[in-house]
Design a protein around this ligand. Structure first.
Ligand code: 6PG
Length: 252
C-alpha cells in the first residue's frame, strides 16, 4: 500500500487525473481497453470535472475506456442522489464516450436484488466470465471512505462483507435513506489498481483507524488487493494523525 499526501482536494484530484491518464495509456496499449469502476460521493467530483476538461479530453483515448459503477442508490438514474447522475453531470456529458462503453447499474427493475443480479450478468458478459468464483479484474477502481469506515456501499456490520461469491449485491441499511447496490469485496480486491480519494479534516479520525490501527470491523480496512496496487491519495487535513508515522510508505 502506498500513501500520497497532497496539499488539498484540488491537488489530490489533479494527481488522480494524471494517474487515470497514465493507466489508460498503459492498459489500452496492452489490452486495447481501460476498464474502470467509479464511486459517487463528493470527493471524486473534482477528479471527474478535471477528466472532462479539454486537456484530458484530448489526451485520453476515451473510445477505449469503459466506465462501470462501484455502487448505486436504488433511485432512478436522473434522481439527484444517483451516482450515475453525478458522474454523468461531472464527467460523461463532457467527454465523447461511446454509449456502449458506459455500464450503469440499472435501477429500473423491481428491486435492488434484481438490479444487483442484472449488473452481475452485465459484468460477467463484459469480462466473459463463465464460471463461479472467478472475479473480474478492473484496471482501476476509485473508492472513497465514509466517516464510519464504509467504502463503496459496504457498511460496518453488513452481512454482505462476508460474501465470497457474488459480484454485486443489494444492500439494505436502516441508517441510509436509499437501498443500494454495490460491488462486493472480492471484486474490489481483484482490481489491478485501487485508489482511495480522501479529503478533509472530518476524515482524519477514520484514516487513523483504517491506516494505522487497521480496525478489522471497518469495511475500508478490508480492502487489500490480491495482486493489484493500492494507493491512498489524501490531503494534509485528512492525514493529521498519519503524517509523522515513519513506518508507513508515505510520499508528501
Ligand atoms: C457513494 C460512495 C461512498 C463514498 C463515501 C465517501 O456513492 O456515496 O460510493 O462509498 O465514496 O461515502 O463519500 P464522500 O466522498 O462524499 O466523503
Amino acid at each position: 500500500m502506498e500513501i500520497l499526501i497532497a496539499q488539498d482536494l484540488e491537488a489530490i484530484s489533479t494527481e488522480a487525473a494524471r494517474m487515470f491518464m497514465n493507466l489508460s495509456e498503459k492498459y489500452i496499449q496492452a489490452s486495447g481497453r481501460f476498464v474502470v469502476a467509479l464511486s459517487g460521493g463528493t470527493t471524486p467530483k473534482r477528479l471527474y470535472q478535471i477528466l472532462a476538461s479539454v486537456q484530458y479530453q484530448k489526451n485520453i483515448d476515451w473510445s477505449n475506456v469503459h466506465i462501470f459503477f462501484v455502487d448505486e442508490r436504488f433511485v432512478p438514474l436522473d434522481h439527484p442522489d444517483s451516482n450515475f447522475g453525478l458522474i454523468h453531470e461531472t464527467l460523461l456529458q463532457g467527454i465523447s464516450l461511446p454509449t456502449e462503453n458506459i455500464h450503469p447499474i440499472n435501477t429500473c427493475c423491481s428491486s435492488p436484488a434484481v438490479s444487483a443480479k442484472n449488473y452481475e450478468v452485465d459484468i460477467e458478459n463484459f469480462f466473459e466470465i463463465d464460471a463461479k468464483h472467478i472475479f473480474p479484474q478492473f484496471d482501476l477502481i476509485v473508492l472513497g471512505i465514509g466517516e464510519d469506515g464504509h467504502t463503496a456501499s459496504l457498511f460496518p456490520g453488513s452481512r454482505v462483507l462476508s460474501d465470497k461469491e457474488r459480484l454485486a449485491v443489494a444492500v439494505q441499511s436502516r441508517k441510509r435513506q436509499h437501498r443500494r447496490i454495490t460491488l462486493t469485496l472480492p471484486v474490489l480486491n481483484s482490481a489491478r489498481n485501487i485508489v482511495f480519494l480522501v479529503s478533509g479534516k472530518r476524515k482524519a479520525s477514520i484514516m487513523k483507524k483504517v491506516l494505522m490501527l487497521r480496525v478489522k470491523s471497518l469495511p475500508a480496512s478490508l480492502i487489500n488487493p490480491d495482486h493489484g496496487k493500492y494507493l491512498f491519495l489524501t490531503d494534509k487535513a485528512a492525514s493529521t494523525y498519519i503524517l509523522n508515522n515513519s513506518a508507513m510508505n508515505i510520499t508528501k
